[in-house]
Design a protein around this ligand. Sequence first.
Ligand code: ADP
Ligand code: MG
Length: 635
Amino acid sequence: MTVEAHKETLDFQAEVSQVLNLVIRSLYSNKEIFLRELVSNASDAAEKLRFEALTDEALFEDDPELRVRVTLDKEAGTVTISDNGIGMSRQEVAETIGTIASSGTRKFFEAMSGDQTKDSELIGQFGVGFYSAFIVADKVTLLTRRAGLGQEHGVRWESDGEGSFTIENVDKATRGTDVVLHLREDEKDFIESYRLRSIISKFSDHITIPVEMEKEHYGEDEEKPETAEFERVNKGTALWMRNRSDISEEEYHEFYKHVSHDFENPLTHVHNKVEGNNEYTALLYIPQRAPFDLWDRDQKHGVKLFVRRVFIMDEADKLMPRYLRFVKGVVDSDDLPLNVSREILQHNRKIDTIRQANVKRIMSALEKLAESDKEKYQTFWDEFGKVMKEGPAEDYANRDRIAGLLRFATTHNETDEQNVSLVDYVSRMQEGQDKIYYITADSPAAARFSPHLEVLKKKGVEVLLLSDRVDEWLVTSLTEFDGKQLQSVAKGALDLGELEDKEEKESSEKQSEEHKELLQRMQDVLGEAVKEIRVSQRLTDSPACLVVEEHDMSANLARVLKSVGQDAPQTKPIMEINAEHPLVERLEGEQDGDKFGDLTKVLFDQAQLAEGGQLDDPAAFVRRLNSLMLKLTAG
Ligand code: ADP
Ligand code: MG
């Protein structure tokens, strides 16, 4: 067969070279992992083939024994990792090797601090497995051919990792991928069979596909054959099938790195075998750090589904709800059919049961962690809290349990760290307090210093400070906890119930009556901009604030929606004024209509600014403020 070579030399994406350099530098102290990563890719490729071949046996060609081989060539100075897995087409090579696809790239660079130690921790989260080859190699050649007899040519990719790579079509008789590492001068001592064997045992023992090396030792009566014979190096019993008591912590960790493509150890794991009429094993891990694609809609690698040890698919959303999408691991079912398709998974009772049980297991693991190791739990919360907050809306049935795991910043703490549970909050509720108060804003500072909190601060009532975007979403579904209603301090009339004594209640009614005329004059100035103006029960220090009606969309949510280009209904705010504030007293005495108008508008604009809003006409605000200041300085 003649093949048109089509040799191209292409530049790496600019970012790839940078990532490469960082990988080499930061993983240098742990060089051996290059083999783990390449064997892991090879075994993934073999598992993909095994799965695709369930419906298309021809993919096996004449070679159904899947395996990974590690060979070495002392003279050439190379180590080669080959598999007879699914292989790649030219387009797949160009897309996956040489570009770092996914929006993860940009986020990765945003997260990079320039501090090498910190950045090298980030690397692990980023799925740079293949590039780890360049830790030990100064040239990498990849030869691959997609499985299936119709595939007319293979592909050769080569790079020195310095900024460009070549790609061309070649003949390749066998399917699968060979990755040839031309070792750097000072890394040649990796070309030793015993060394490679020990690395494979250390990192890849649990891989179910055989990882083979050339047989070297023959008995006295045996003759070394002409063509190389291979023997299996890894034990290959699926780790999750073994008894918990026989698995070391280190083995759990190595397996985690293989399934999750993470370089760090997990935070914790749960491992269960379930018997009965839906038999399966679940080994689930909670990572230490959020991956870069946590917010990616089409993020991959979650919980893998196996059926009787055969890999079926990466299908996080069927085995875990979206708000637990950070969970990694495997579920291996004894009862599902091998040819299970995505469609079947959608409506499969057994899968539903497994998924519900998985949720319960993760909940228990998190509850235990929160109980036994607050610091570790905090690590978890800081990384995954925002995702967990999607839980109450998505998983109504488990709402109370999820609520117990949530952590918040509150006015009780000096810092904005999210570390207060609702149980803590309830335990600190004041005599006569029957609600859990919260405020939503677009930054921790805007929440903490919002005028809406003033009276609650004075009364020593704790308020949850919600400033993650997802919080608005959270409070629409989490409306109560432990029988106590969650109440926004920026909505409705702020009925403080028994927190207010009789005298305070009376005085507020009296005040509205007393200032009727002022309220009317202000309403005339502001017109359509406000729904109503009333005397506030919320304020102690600020002259005014804006609130919305109990069932209206919060101003913060309207801003969030606008910022992502969505329509938000125009909700007119209610303006509340603090009748005891000197500025308001001054306003009440103002007879000059122009001055009254200016001052009223400035108070309204200020109230918008104080809650993090934007003015429709900032220039007019500045003009009015300046004219007031001039009058002030003029004495
Ligand atoms: P990850 O394994 O996390 O996806 P890698 O950098 O290790 O990231 O690999 C990138 C991609 O390259 C893989 O997802 C796969 O599509 C492809 N790939 C790498 N090695 C092989 C292989 N031996 N056979 C087939 N595809 C491979
Ligand atoms: Mg990989």
